[in-house]
Design a protein around this ligand. Structure first.
Ligand code: 3HC
Ligand code: NAI
Length: 699
């Protein structure tokens, strides 16, 4: 039964049981409304609402969005709760989120376990709280705190919620027992219903100018997103309108957001993230291996960040370097990173010390004899990697997982350097590895099932979003990135300046434009990689000649104060540089390219279509398990705007036939083989099918 009603002496207890997270599906809403109605008719003196299982209500049932709302709606349920003639007490454990917290706010009293958290994360789904949250929260904690809480979507600990006045009582121990004791205490004290709707919003100087200033702040902080702006509208309405009018206003804005493309995209990403770690076909009986100690080979940019990811999750790490000097440098960088986090107030000094204490260093492979997992993050060279894996094969215990963080190299070839290819896997982190949430788990031909299961579970344990990839040059993300980066180069030589290209893509919502990213990473990285290739392997010179020329001038990007842009030595502010334009024009002349004006639309389409076409190839080849996985890769690893749902979702929204036509027209106008529409895209369009149809057929 989703909702049950029982009496415990003078108390009515409404219990919700809708695993896994007690989402407010139609059955739950109906059950709660019936129970509240029943409680009005018997001789109970107070009503307690609590949840079974791991958490209080985690919100509306997201899978019901986009479908017609079946009554009772949540606002109807909440109104019945607030109208109750008997006091209603919400008993919170786990998390009370979104509609779940709004339901709690409709109760007259709120108590919680000290381990609990509350929040209104709707903004992360392109929504706003649609069941009274924007009207009740400012009445409890004031306008500014309400704006901060609801537009950030962040969870608040029970203790902090108590201090702010969002909840009334915090206890440790057992939720039901403590909540019933609290309810009895309220009855004894003669406490009656206490309705937030009847509270006046605390007077403070938040006038229309202050609201506009807040909207401007959000335009920067939540660039391109509609829901944060609508939240401000609703909170402003809470100040100007009566409670009931405010609720009507909020609901109409909520319905608008629900129907928006941005919310559809964010909901897609929510489910895709949770789908990604699942590997169909993996034997469910396979148990993951225990991972208690980890070693990282190489304490450079990636090794240090990866070590921090494990230490942050409480897992001890041994860092191995070539020599003491390199080890000291790596550890000093880690110390600096932790110090910065402390100075930003995101971590206490004690926490930083404890985490750093979990990272030890060595230069001796024998110290790795006991570790359960080794992640290699040495130079991107097959020879060096094979040497390292050969050595690991000699020293590591049986069953240890041997992983490579390679960006492009063939994991099968790396595995072949060991006598245990079944234990070898790619674990591809993204820079900065302690921050970026994506983890590509690369399955090689012989990787054992339990190694994949372990990698997926471990990824989640360290707070990453693991995505399975097959072996190919660049796996999912970097393979697509090559096509995207090539378009940036071609657009530049054909007529666009770096500022136009980056401007188009950041206005689309990318965290950074492709050329600014190049300057940040260092143009020498690609240059060095190209030096190792033959002319044939390097491909079309128009796709790298500008980058090469800049490097040869000593313009390596931000680190030398100049790359595609010039950087202010003090502020690092970037500006366009006429010298770069001269280089572009010269290279165009050398390559026989006549420069022309490129429209913003052309630039955007070429970059997006390059990603999408390669995405279809990756799907067809089985390199990615599903379209949503590619979207997760781009959102969490490459700064693709989450509110556009990732490249494959974007393609579906735009319509596969429109995408096909655009790619085909680029193919015809350029004559370039890489613009040939991917066979899978062609097939789907020909059969008038969607990616969803294709997935359904595949499974
Ligand atoms: N609706 C439907 N399904 C949900 C859900 C929801 N609100 N929240 C979680 N789920 C599902 C997940 O998809 C997952 O399904 P799966 O097992 O089939 O993959 C399962 O529940 C478990 O979820 P997690 O893997 O995320 O479990 P965690 O323990 O890691 O996290 C959580 C639990 C913190 C509750 C997290 O799931 C979460 O943040 N959920 C979303 C909360 C949210 O955004 N609520 C607001 C909804 S919008 C709303 O309420 C509108 C209202 O204002 C009217
Ligand atoms: P880096 O040059 O910053 O660090 C490499 C480190 O490995 C150096 O400190 C070096 O001393 C050490 N090293 C080299 N050979 C070694 C050996 N035999 N034994 C022990 N230590 C050794 O390189 P970075 O950027 O950290 O890259 C490492 C790997 O991660 C590469 O395979 C790269 O392709 C991959 N990668 C890099 C990303 C990035 O953005 N930098 C992103 C994702 C993956």
């Amino acid at each position: 039964m989703l909702v049950s009603y029982r009496r415990v002496d003078e108390l009515a207890v409404i219990s919700i049981n809708n695993p896994p997270v007690n989402a407010l599906s139609h059955g739950v809403r109906k059950g709660v409304l019936e129970a509240i109605t029943t409680a009005q008719t018997d001789d109970s003196k107070a009503i307690v609402i609590l949840c079974e299982g791991r958490t209080f209500i985690a919100g509306a049932d997201i899978s019901e969005f986009g479908k017609p709302i079946e009554e009772p709606s949540l606002p109807q349920v909440n109104a019945a709760i607030e109208d109750s003639a008997k006091p209603v007490i919400a008993a919170i454990h786990g998390t009370a989120l979104g509609g779940g917290f709004e339901l709690a706010l409709s109760c007259h009293y709120r108590c919680a376990l000290d381990s609990a958290a509350v929040g209104l994360p709707e903004v992360n789904l392109g929504l706003l709280p649609g069941a009274g949250g924007t009207q009740r929260v400012p009445r409890l904690i004031g306008v500014k705190a309400a704006l901060d809480m609801i537009t950030s979507g962040q969870k608040i600990s029970a203790q902090k919620a108590l201090e702010q006045g969002l909840i009334d009582r915090v206890f440790d121990g057992q939720v039901e027992e403590s909540a019933l004791a609290y309810a009895r205490e309220l009855i004894t004290a003669g406490a009656g219903p206490r309705r937030i709707s009847e509270i006046a919003i605390p007077q403070e100087s938040f006038d229309s100018e202050a609201f506009d200033a807040y909207r401007n702040l959000l335009r920067k902080r939540k660039r391109g997103q509609e829901a944060p702006q609508r939240i401000v509208d609703c909170i402003e309405a809470a100040m100007e309108k009566s409670f009931d009018e405010g609720l009507v206003y909020e609901r109409s804005r909520f319905v608008e957001c629900c129907q928006s493309e941005q919310s559809a995209a964010l909901r897609h990403i929510f489910f895709a993230e949770r789908q990604a770690p699942k590997v169909p076909g993996l034997d469910k009986a396979v148990a993951p291996r225990a991972i208690d100690r980890v070693a990282i080979i190489g304490a450079g940019t990636m090794g240090g960040g990866i070590a921090m990811s494990f230490a942050n999750a409480g897992i001890p790490v041994t860092l191995l370097e070539l020599n003491q000097k390199a080890l000291d440098a790596g550890q000093a960088l880690i110390a600096r990173n932790y110090a910065t986090t402390v100075s930003k107030g995101k971590l206490s000094q004690e926490q930083a010390v404890a985490r750093q204490g979990l990272i030890s260093g060595t230069t001796d492979y024998e110290d790795l004899a006991d570790v359960d997992l080794v992640i290699e993050a040495v130079f991107e060279s097959m020879d060096v990697k094979r040497q390292v894996f050969g050595r690991l094969d000699q020293v590591c215990k049986e069953g240890a997982i041997l992983a490579s963080n390679t960006s492009y190299l063939d994991v099968n070839e790396i595995a072949a350097a060991t006598s245990r290819p079944q234990d070898v896997v790619g674990l591809h982190f993204f820079s900065p590895a302690n921050v970026m949430r994506l983890l590509e788990v690369v399955r090689a031909d012989k990787t054992a099932e339990d190694v994949i299961a372990t990698a997926m579970a471990l990824g989640k344990r360290i707070g990453k979003v693991p995505v399975l990839a097959g072996v190919c040059y660049g796996f999912i993300g970097n393979r697509m990135l090559r096509q995207y980066a090539r378009e940036a180069q071609l657009c530049m030589i054909e007529g666009a300046e770096p500022g136009q290209i980056d401007g188009v893509l950041t206005r689309f919502g990318m965290a950074m434009g492709p050329l600014a990213v190049g300057d940040l990473a260092g143009l020498d990285i690609g240059y060095k990689a190209r030096q190792a290739l033959t002319d044939e392997q390097k491909g079309d010179p128009r796709s790298y000649c500008i980058a090469d020329a800049l490097v040869e001038m000593g313009r390596l990007g931000q680190k030398t104060g100049a790359g595609y842009y010039r950087y202010d030595p003090d502020t690092r502010a970037r500006s366009a540089d006429p010298e770069v334009l001269a280089v572009i024009e010269e290279q165009a002349k050398l390559q026989g390219v006549e420069r022309r004006v490129l429209s913003d639309e052309e630039i955007l389409d070429r970059h997006l279509m390059a990603l999408i076409n390669e995405g279809f190839r990756i799907l067809e080849e089985g390199i990615a398990q599903r379209p949503g996985d590619i979207d997760v890769v781009y959102v969490h690893g490459y700064g693709f705007p989450s509110y556009r749902g990732g490249p494959m979702f974007y393609a579906s929204q735009r319509g596969l036939s429109a995408v096909y036509e655009r790619i085909e027209s680029l193919h015809k106008s350029t004559g370039e083989a890489h613009w040939a529409p991917a066979p899978l895209l062609t097939e789907l369009v020909r059969n008038n099918q969607t990616l969803g149809d294709w997935m359904a057929k595949k499974n």
